[in-house]
Write a protein that binds this ligand. Structure first.
Ligand code: BES
Ligand code: ZN
Ligand code: ZN
Length: 486
C-alpha cells in the first residue's frame, strides 16, 4: 500500500500537486496557482464537478472535483482520494502533495486515505511473474512507482486517524484476498493454518482450531452434515481477543465459512457456482475483525467463531429428507442441501452462546433472496431493532449500506417441519432471507443478536466506488465503528 501521511513542511520534489475543489468555490482564488491553470480548466468545462478532474502538465497541478460543498460527505472524500491516487498512478509520479479545501478535518483526511487504500486494491496473489521483459509492460506505470501522498490542510489529529485507517484498510484488503482466493487454496485445514499464521504474535490473541474429532465430540451436527459430501474434513475456528484492561463488552462474532458452495446434492447450475468461492466471506470478516481489534487495542473482548467446510455432493453427502439433531436437542430436516449456511451457522451460534457473550452478531452470504430484496449494495440486517438501527445510521457514514428486514412471529411457520422441529427451507419464493434468519434464531438466546445477510455486497460483479469487482470486505468497517462505540 502507498504511504499516506500528513504534510510535514518540505515540498515533495519531482511530484504532483493535487487540489481538491468544491464546485461552488473558486479555483482562481487558490494561493500559489498560476492564473493560466484556472483559465484552462474553465475552458475545459471543469469547475469542480464530482468525479471529474483537470490536469495542467506545465505546472503539474491536478484539480479534483468534489461537487457542491453542501452535498459533500465522507464518501466524497473517499472518491476524491481514489481519483487523485489513480491519476497519480497514470501520471507516473512518485510523490504527491494534496491540499484540502479550507475547513477540512481529520475524519475527511481519513476518508480520503481510505478511498485510495481501498480503491487501489488488486487481487494479485495468483498472478504469475512476467516471463520476459516486454516493452509495453515497462512503459505502463506500476503501483509501486507511486509511493507517497502528503495531505495538507486537514487539521489536527490527522496523523492518528491515518494510522488507524491504514490498519482498517489492511484488514478489509485481507478479507478481499481471502474471499478472492481460489477454493483449492483455502480448504478448511489450510484456511485455519493461514489464520493461525496471521494471528501469531498479536497481543491478546489466541486461536483455537477444532478439527473433525473435536467437532464430533462437541458435537456440531450441522457442520458435520454439510461436510459429509467432501473429502476435506471441516474445522471450527475460534479466534479470541482479550484486551489488556477491563473489557467494555464481550462480543461474539459468528461467520459462515463455506469455502466452496456447489449446493451439494441440491446441485447449483454451473453459472450459479461461478462465484461460490465467496461463500466464506462472513468468516473472513469476523476473523479479520478479531485480528484488527488486537492491532488497534480495542477495549472490547471478541470471540470470532467460524464453522468452515466445503459443500459438495460426494457419495456420502447429506440427503434430501435427512434429519439432524443439534447439541441443544433441536432437530432439523434437510430439504435443500444448498441452504447449508444456516445449517452450519446454527452450530456457530450454539458455540457462541456457550461463551455467554453480551451480544452476538453473525455474518453470512446466506440467501440469494437478500439480493432479490436489496440488490448488490445493501446488507440485510435482522434481529434486535436497536442494533439494526445503529447499523443503518453508521452505514451512512461508512458508505456501507444496511436495511432492516422484519421477523414477524407469524412467519416462523415458514420453517416448521412436519417430521422434525424445523426445516432448512422456507416457503418457496417467499421471504427467503427471513426464513434463513428464523432458522438461526432457533439457536440464539442472547437478546442482543443481529444477523447480517451479505450475499449481495460481499462479492461484486463489477466495481462500485472504492469496492473493486470480487471480494469487497463489506461490512467490516461498519462493524468496527459499532464495536468502537460499545
Ligand atoms: N451461498 C448461497 C447464497 C448466495 C447466493 C450467496 C448468491 C452469494 C450469492 C446459499 O448457500 C444458498 O445457496 N442459498 C439458497 C437457499 C435456498 C435453497 C433456500 C438460495 O439463496 O437459493
Ligand atoms: Zn448454498
Ligand atoms: Zn452458501
Amino acid at each position: 500500500m502507498i504511504e499516506i501521511v500528513p504534510f510535514s513542511g518540505s515540498a515533495p520534489k519531482s511530484g504532483l500537486h493535487v487540489i481538491l475543489l468544491y464546485e461552488d468555490s473558486r479555483l482562481d482564488a487558490h494561493p500559489g496557482l498560476a492564473a493560466s491553470v484556472s483559465t484552462a480548466a474553465k475552458a475545459d468545462g471543469f469547475k469542480g464537478q464530482k468525479d471529474k478532474s483537470f490536469y495542467d502538465p506545465i505546472s503539474r497541478h491536478l484539480v479534483v472535483g468534489m461537487g457542491k460543498s453542501k452535498d459533500a460527505t465522507l464518501e466524497s472524500f473517499r472518491r476524491a482520494g481514489l481519483l487523485a491516487a489513480r491519476r497519480s498512478l497514470d501520471l507516473n509520479v512518485e510523490r504527491v502533495l494534496l491540499s484540502a479545501p479550507a475547513g477540512s478535518d481529520k475524519d475527511q483526511a481519513g476518508a480520503l486515505a481510505e478511498g485510495a487504500w481501498l480503491g487501489l486494491y488488486k487481487y494479485t496473489e495468483a498472478k504469475g511473474k512476467p516471463a520476459s521483459k516486454d516493452k509495453d509492460a515497462e512503459a505502463k506505470p506500476k503501483e509501486a512507482e507511486f509511493k507517497l501522498l502528503c495531505l495538507e490542510g486537514f487539521g489536527r489529529g490527522s496523523a492518528e486517524v491515518l494510522k488507524e485507517k491504514r490498519l482498517v484498510c489492511e484488514a478489509v484488503n485481507l478479507v478481499r484476498d481471502l474471499v478472492n482466493r481460489a477454493p483449492g487454496e483455502k480448504f478448511p485445514a489450510k484456511y485455519a493454518r493461514d489464520i493461525q499464521a496471521l494471528a501469531k504474535g498479536l497481543p491478546g490473541v489466541s486461536v483455537k482450531v477444532l478439527d473433525k474429532k473435536a467437532i464430533q465430540a462437541w458435537p456440531m451436527a450441522g457442520l458435520l452434515a454439510v461436510n459429509q459430501g467432501s473429502l476435506h474434513p471441516p474445522v471450527f475456528i475460534h479466534l479470541h481477543y482479550k484486551p489488556k484492561g477491563r473489557a467494555r463488552k464481550r462480543v461474539a462474532l459468528v461467520g459462515k465459512g463455506v469455502t466452496f458452495d456447489s449446493g451439494g446434492l441440491s446441485l447449483k447450475p454451473a453459472g450459479s457456482m461461478l462465484d461460490m468461492k465467496c461463500d466464506m466471506a462472513g468468516s473472513a470478516t469476523v476473523l479479520a475483525l478479531g485480528l484488527l481489534a488486537a492491532k488497534l487495542g480495542l477495549p472490547v473482548e471478541i470471540h470470532a467463531c467460524a464453522p468452515v467446510t466445503e459443500n459438495l455432493p460426494g457419495a456420502d453427502a447429506i440427503k434430501i429428507g435427512d434429519i439432524i439433531r443439534y447439541k441443544n436437542g433441536k432437530t432439523a430436516e434437510m430439504l435443500n442441501t444448498d441452504a447449508e449456511g444456516r445449517v452450519i451457522l446454527a452450530d456457530g451460534l450454539l458455540y457462541a452462546e456457550s461463551l455467554k457473550p453480551d451480544l452476538i452478531l453473525d455474518f453470512a452470504t446466506l440467501t440469494g433472496a437478500a439480493i432479490a430484496a436489496l440488490g448488490m449494495n445493501i446488507t440485510a440486517v435482522l434481529g434486535d431493532d436497536r442494533i439494526c438501527e445503529r447499523f443503518k445510521a453508521l452505514g451512512e457514514r461508512s458508505g456501507e449500506a444496511f436495511w432492516q428486514l422484519p421477523l414477524p412471529d407469524s412467519y416462523h411457520a415458514h420453517i416448521e417441519s412436519k417430521v422434525a422441529d424445523i426445516k432448512n427451507v422456507g416457503n418457496s419464493g417467499e421471504a427467503g432471507t427471513m426464513a434463513g434468519a428464523f432458522y438461526l434464531k432457533e439457536f440464539v438466546t442472547t437478546k442482543a443478536w443481529a444477523h447480517f445477510d451479505i450475499a449481495g455486497p460481499a462479492f461484486l460483479k463489477s466495481e462500485d466506488g472504492v469496492h473493486p469487482a470480487g471480494g469487497t470486505g463489506i461490512p467490516l468497517r461498519t462493524v468496527l465503528e459499532y464495536l468502537k462505540g460499545l
